[in-house]
Design a binder for this molecule. Structure first.
Ligand code: NAP
Length: 346
């Protein structure tokens, strides 16, 4: 019988030439319990050398990225496939992998929302396999309780929702749902992927700062779902584009049904994250900064009570490409196979 400490899972990454997929390739190539068997691009032809997928791979060896082809992927016999592709591609490919007995961790939003009716509105397509939305495990790792061990399909959370949910979930039962929950979230430009649109060009972003997508961002229903806000509670989610490459800082304004003390808030956070080596909660009044987490798999949360504890400002920071995407996906992989969350991430 294979000892868990010696076991190695065969893994593949689709979308390895993208920002999130490149981080995945880098982490998985160093992971003691993963064998990176194949990596794929979305190109029509040509290969991308393995060493070009991520700066940390410049002297590493591994499979070159080839144009995505389902038969080639299956020939590599992966135990788990990580998908870091556009949503529509994942919606099409995931069912084909599951039907062939391959487990999937999907970094796109194609399986995050429980209701298929939300997809035309927020994602612009009819969901091809609505029944899988019920099966998918929403992989906000710190809030998963054993379900990842048997999951066939993990819907890895979005980057903005990760930053908001980590800060708000531990306090959710005490939040006054008659008052608006306001999330001002700011992301570095890599959150948009390798886009070539004018709005994401250096000249437009450098030295600039702007809000966008108010009332229309697809992470809004994901945050609403993750906090069980229903249709009645008011959620105001305002994404902003920071003139930096990576990192998300969310400033969240909440009101409570009863005034809370700093000790009570800290106790709730401690209960939620006592076992976590990747989420740090700071003492009352100390607020985290992007530089504390960028290029790390960690999240940091700070809070300041206001108005005698009736309200609070929560501040949450993550690296969008790591805790907001690739490292959280690897945390979920670790849970699927029974390894500590930090395996391959330190
Ligand atoms: N960026 C973030 O901070 C972040 C955070 C959380 C989740 N996500 C999600 O993760 C996914 C990837 O995001 P990203 O930012 O890494 O995007 P990206 O930089 O644009 O990369 C997209 C990847 O998908 C590949 N691709 C495109 N069309 C494909 C196709 N038809 N078949 C196979 N592969 C295809 C691309 O290949 P080519 O290089 O050949 O074009 C590239 O490798 C998205 O669903 C995104 O929403 C991103």
């Amino acid at each position: 019988m294979t000892n868990l400490s010696d076991a190695v899972a065969s893994v593949a990454v689709v979308g390895a030439t993208g920002y999130a997929g490149g981080e995945l390739a880098a982490i998985l190539s160093r992971h003691p319990h993963a064998n990176l068997a194949a990596v794929f691009s979305g190109a029509k032809s040509g290969t991308t050398p393995f060493r070009s997928l991520h700066p940390s791979l410049s002297r590493a060896t591994g499979p070159d990225a080839v144009p995505f082809d389902l038969d080639l992927l299956l020939a590599a016999k992966p135990d788990v496939v990580f998908l870091a592709t556009p949503n529509e591609i994942a919606a099409e490919v995931v069912p084909q992998l599951l039907d062939r007995g391959v487990r999937v961790i999907d970094l796109s939003g194609a399986f995050r929302l429980r209701e298929s009716a939300s997809y035309p509105t927020w994602y612009g397509f009819e969901h091809p396999r609505a029944e899988l939305l019920r099966e998918a495990v929403y992989g906000l790792t710190e809030f998963c309780n054993g379900e990842l061990t048997t999951a066939r399909l993990v819907a890895n959370p979005g980057c903005y929702p990760t930053s908001v949910l980590l800060a708000v979930r531990p306090l959710a039962a005490l939040i006054d749902r008659d008052q608006p929950l306001i999330c001002d979230s700011m992301s570095g430009i890599s959150g948009a992927g390798k886009k070539s649109e004018l709005a994401y060009s250096f000249a437009e972003v450098f030295g600039n700062f702007k809000a966008y997508g108010v009332a229309g961002h697809r992470h809004e229903p994901e945050i609403r779902q993750g906090l069980k806000l229903g249709d009645r509670a008011t959620l105001i989610f305002v994404p902003h584009l920071l003139p930096t490459v990576r990192g998300i800082l969310s400033t969240i304004h909440v009101a409570f049904t009863e005034p809370l003390t700093a000790e009570h808030v800290l106790a709730l956070y401690t209960k939620a994250y006592a076992a976590s080596h990747l989420v740090t909660v700071l003492p009352h009044g100390q607020l985290p900064e992007l530089k504390d987490v960028v290029n790390t798999p960690r999240a940091e949360i700070g809070f300041q009570l206001l108005q005698g504890g009736k309200r609070a400002v929560l501040v949450s920071v993550i690296d969008n490409l790591l805790k907001g995407a690739a490292s959280q996906a690897v945390q979920n992989f670790n849970r699927m196979f029974g390894y500590p969350d930090t395996e391959g991430l330190s």
